[in-house]
Design a protein around this ligand. Structure first.
Ligand code: SF4
Length: 233
């Protein structure tokens, strides 16, 4: 399991829980607005010093009285061949596991759900079907995305869908995108913010503008009736 960073405590990444946050390397998408280049682009991943899995597990074991769980994010964790085995070990410590995913590998989600290894799934909804390839920077199998969405809605113990309102995403795009997650209970619109020291996968997207917060709040008012929970963050 290739983990590049481990944040000892987060109070915001696992709703209602105190969690550690592990960042895995590698991703099968190339979202042009992604600011986690070092976890996505192979030439940048090569320069990272990975944390041995045993060290991550030792850290979690020592902190399990304080932590409720672990959030596994990336990158895209489902591209990791050792994910299942790693999560088994984390669950063996009595910790909850939240997985962040782009939803492109429903087989992995299904295997993990079958084994009751996930407590919370957060899946990115990149945009409306017609713009998915553009927003992901690669060709996306929409049947896989739809299958992940249905699996999560029907079988995840808890979950959320979220859209980073990246540059060029419009209110119309969001209204179309939410039709993909019909029946979901929780959805968030995430403001597009690039940390000062981060590069985008496609630097040209720095010049494009994203919807401002007030427009996102107005947009949420128009779609919130589809969900029992959610909002703008
Ligand atoms: S934003 Fe896109 S490219 Fe970046 S880690 Fe997530 S899915 Fe991969």
């Amino acid at each position: 399991m290739d983990i590049a960073y481990l944040l000892s405590t987060t109070l915001i990444d696992y709703p209602g829980k105190v969690a550690a946050l592990g960042f895995t390397t590698g991703c099968n998408f190339r979202c042009p607005f992604c600011h986690n280049c070092e976890l996505v682009l192979p030439e940048k991943i090569k320069k990272l010093k990975l944390i041995p899995e045993n060290e991550v597990l030792y850290f979690l074991r020592e902190r399990r009285g304080f932590l409720d769980g672990l959030v596994i994010t990336g990158g895209e964790p489902t591209v990791q061949p050792g994910l299942f085995r790693f999560i088994e070990k984390v669950k063996g410590l009595g910790l909850l596991v939240k997985l962040d995913t782009n939803g492109s590998w429903p087989e992995v989600l299904e295997e993990l759900l079958d084994a009751h290894l996930l407590d919370y799934i957060a899946m990115d909804l990149k945009g409306p079907a017609a713009r998915y390839d553009e927003m992901a920077g690669v060709h996306v199998d929409m049947a896989a995305i739809t299958r992940s969405i249905r699996l999560i809605i029907e079988r995840a113990p808890d979950y959320e869908f979220r859209t980073t309102t990246a540059p060029t995403i419009t209110a119309k795009d969001i209204k179309e995108a939410v039709s993909l997650i019909a029946g979901a209970k929780r959805y968030y619109l995430q403001q597009f913010v690039v940390p000062p020291d981060k590069d985008l996968v496609d630097p040209a997207w720095n010049q494009k503008t994203a919807l401002p917060e007030r427009e996102l709040r107005a947009l949420w008012e128009g779609i919130k009736g589809n969900f029992t929970e959610g909002g703008v963050r």
